[in-house]
Design a protein around this ligand. Structure first.
Ligand code: OSB
Ligand code: MG
Length: 372
């Protein structure tokens, strides 16, 4: 392929409702949209960073800077050396000298992969190895102002047809809301996500969640505490799933070997892209560890690619791949809709969706273009 230009945009998308987790409250989703123009096609991707480095060390302005200062020049140099053999599958190794910055790397690789697949007329789903044309969807519900408000949120999500409910928890908002939801809604598929808000000493408290037959407890401890998770897994019956800890297939292999998790949340951005995400999928499948697709409040651009990877065979649990209307009154693409608890995998080439130009323009707060 011949890469001609990379464009980055910082966009600010108002959320339909504030989303509160143990690490903060978001009311406006600030993220980066990357556009890769090649001689044959244009590709799009979304960078899952937030305005502040609260979920991980990355943040939107930082992602924008690392792309401009390091990634674009490296791609330019590589392309001039490699020539016609330059393609999206080389992006990972071209950017590998730069440490971390996985969300930013993922956005760049994905935009190039999208352009390449569009030029080839191949869908993202089939390129990754999808085996389904619809995926089952759960919903991630933020920490609510009161138990009553949470019960209303759960009722609305079940009414909409979501097949699994995830509750965000933190110290002080855990056993009681989980008990209230279980008592009110009975035998629903229910799981919780702590976003690393607990410490090893909380094991006795977390064991109280065992009474509620949760599908999983997601990332209770800090991301670098794999041994803590392994010890916790010995003490509690609820299966542990890791999110923040799984930054690569190597990290996944280590976590599985240590017994730190029995389920993995795959967020392609968090691991540096869809190609690495697929490697983690394959590794987990080989160890009989089921995976599911996490989310970062994506717009339609990121959601399209997430729904595609969620159609791979070892994505055995419903993902945080909710419908557009759960996040945005107006999405960047045609909205993704829930139908009987599922979302359709896009069928067009590449990610299969395009940003709506007027909407994209109206939410863009900064735009930069880099010739390659
Ligand atoms: O930990 O899974 C998480 C959103 C932002 C950052 C981290 C997480 C989340 C979610 C929401 O849980 C998932 C979604 O609906 O996109
Ligand atoms: Mg999580």
């Amino acid at each position: 392929m011949k890469l001609v230009e990379i464009e980055t945009r910082i966009v600010q998308m108002p959320l339909v409702a504030p989303f509160r987790t143990s690490f903060g409250t978001e009311t406006v989703r600030e993220l980066l949209v990357v556009r890769a123009e090649t001689e044959d096609a244009v590709g799009w991707a979304e960078c899952g960073t937030n305005e502040a480095p609260l979920y991980s060390s990355e943040y939107t302005a930082g992602a924008s800077a690392v792309i401009e200062k390091f990634f674009v020049p490296a791609l330019r140099t590589a392309q001039s050396e490699i020539g016609a053999d330059f393609d999206a599958h080389r992006v990972g190794s071209i950017l590998s000298p730069f440490k971390e910055h996985r969300l930013a790397k993922s956005a760049v690789e994905t935009a190039l992969l999208d352009a390449q697949l569009r030029a080839q007329g191949v869908t993202f789903a089939s390129a990754l190895g999808a085996v389904r044309d619809r995926v089952r969807c759960g919903v991630s519900l933020g920490i609510a102002a009161s138990t009553e408000a949470l019960l209303d949120d759960v009722a609305a999500a079940l009414d909409a047809g979501y097949v699994r409910i995830k509750l965000k928890i933190e110290p002080g908002w855990d056993v009681a809301p989980v008990r209230a939801v279980r008592e009110r809604f009975g035998d629903i598929d229910l799981q919780v996500d702590a976003n690393a808000a607990y410490r090893r000493g909380d094991a006795g408290h977390l064991a109280k969640l065992d009474a509620f037959d949760l599908t999983l407890l997601e990332q209770p401890l800090p991301s670098d505490d794999l041994l803590g998770h392994a010890a916790l897994a010995e003490r509690i019956a609820t299966p542990i799933c890791l999110d923040e800890s799984i930054t690569s297939s190597r990290a996944a292999a280590t976590a599985i070997a240590l017994g730190a998790c029995s389920i993995v949340n795959i967020k392609p951005g968090r691991v540096g892209g869809y190609l690495e995400a697929r490697r983690i999928h394959d590794l987990c499948a080989a160890h009989d560890v089921p995976v599911w697709c996490g989310g970062m409040l994506e717009t339609g651009i990121g959601r399209a690619a997430n729904v595609a990877i969620a159609a791979l065979p070892n994505f055995l649990l419903p993902g945080d791949t909710s419908a557009s209307e759960r996040y945005y009154a107006v999405d960047l693409t045609e909205p993704f809709r829930l139908d009987h608890g599922t979302i359709a995998v896009p069928q067009g080439p590449g990610i299969g969706v395009d940003p709506l130009p007027d909407v994209l323009e109206s939410v863009t707060v900064r735009r930069e273009r880099f010739a390659c």
